[in-house]
Design a protein around this ligand. Structure first.
Ligand code: GLU
Length: 288
């Protein structure tokens, strides 16, 4: 595999739209420009929302845009690796079981972090698991173990890792052996990703991923968080709004809808590369 290794990691919980196309093209082109490798990974462990049949559409959409990629195993085939990592963190005394509901957390939380109310620590220190619990990372203990950490974003520069801002995040969900944070971190290492390319809506998640890498002795990649495509009012494009119902007479933002309406995929890809966006859509502000 040639470096840099980048990836596009969509979740099959709704059809891809122009924002995904832009993300995939950024990741593809960053690899292609330097003779690297572009990977596709299907992030399908969100049991309730995952629609496996969409993965085939995703591949059709990417091929239609003129992209080529190597596909790595989907998350659903890697559950054992997530369990092993969680066991390791548990053996280090860094995970604790939590049975708090969203409402209980919202009622008690005193701070708001990048992912919503910061967990107030109600179950911290609890040892016994039981059924129907999630497992949270004791971020303070974890940081005490690793010391200060840093990471580098290609656009925003060097960053102090601040996983404390999000608080004790869930790493093992009640209904799945891993949360997004744990699964994506394990996968990026297993897939040999050297440049983690994704939208800047996930910038804060990287603080947590950096901490997990240090705890689990995983290699340190670089990151490239790109601006998101947004609507005129600044809202990011959302899967539920973008699947074809949008746009006066056009095929909307959904890729499958545009593809089946006969649009030329490579021409659309080139327009996105040149930042010529369909009416009503523009690139959101950068981070600096
Ligand atoms: N699966 C995530 C999504 O669809 C992307 C995760 C990532 O790029 O790290 O938003």
């Amino acid at each position: 595999m040639h470096e840099p290794v980048t990836r596009f990691a969509p979740s099959p919980n709704g059809p891809l739209h122009l924002g995904h196309a832009y993300a995939a093209i950024v990741a593809h082109d960053l690899a292609a420009a330097r003779g690297g490798t572009f990977l596709l990974r299907i992030e399908d462990i969100d049991g309730a929302r995952s629609r496996p049949e969409l993965a085939a559409d995703f591949r059709r959409d990417l091929a239609w845009l003129g992209l080529s990629w190597a596909e790595v195993p989907a998350q659903s085939s890697r559950l054992a690796a997530y369990e092993t990592a969680a066991d390791r963190l548990r053996a280090m005394g860094l995970l604790y079981p939590c049975s708090c509901t969203r409402a209980q957390i919202a009622a008690k939380a005193v701070a708001r972090g990048p992912e919503g109310p910061v967990y107030p620590g109600t179950c911290r220190g609890r040892v016994a698991g039981g059924t129907d619990v999630s497992w949270r990372l004791d971020v303070e203990q974890a940081l005490a173990r690793t010391g200060p950490l840093f990471w580098e974003d290609a656009l925003a520069g060097m960053q102090d890792a601040r996983p404390d801002l999000a608080g004790d995040v869930v790493l093992v969900r009640k209904d799945a052996p891993a949360s997004y944070h744990l699964a994506a971190t394990i996968d990026d290492a297993a897939d040999g990703v050297t440049l983690v390319t994704r939208g800047q809506d996930l910038f804060a998640a990287t603080h947590i991923h950096r901490l997990l890498q240090a705890l689990l002795d995983l290699p340190l990649p670089r990151w490239h968080h790109h601006p998101l495509l947004v609507e005129a009012d600044g809202r990011k494009l959302a899967k539920r709004r973008g699947s074809g119902e949008r746009g006066s007479g056009g095929a909307g933002w959904g890729l499958a809808a545009r593809r089946t309406a006969g649009e030329e995929g490579p021409a659309l890809a080139d327009a996105l590369r040149q930042q010529r966006f369909p009416a009503g859509i523009c690139l959101g502000p950068g981070l600096n």
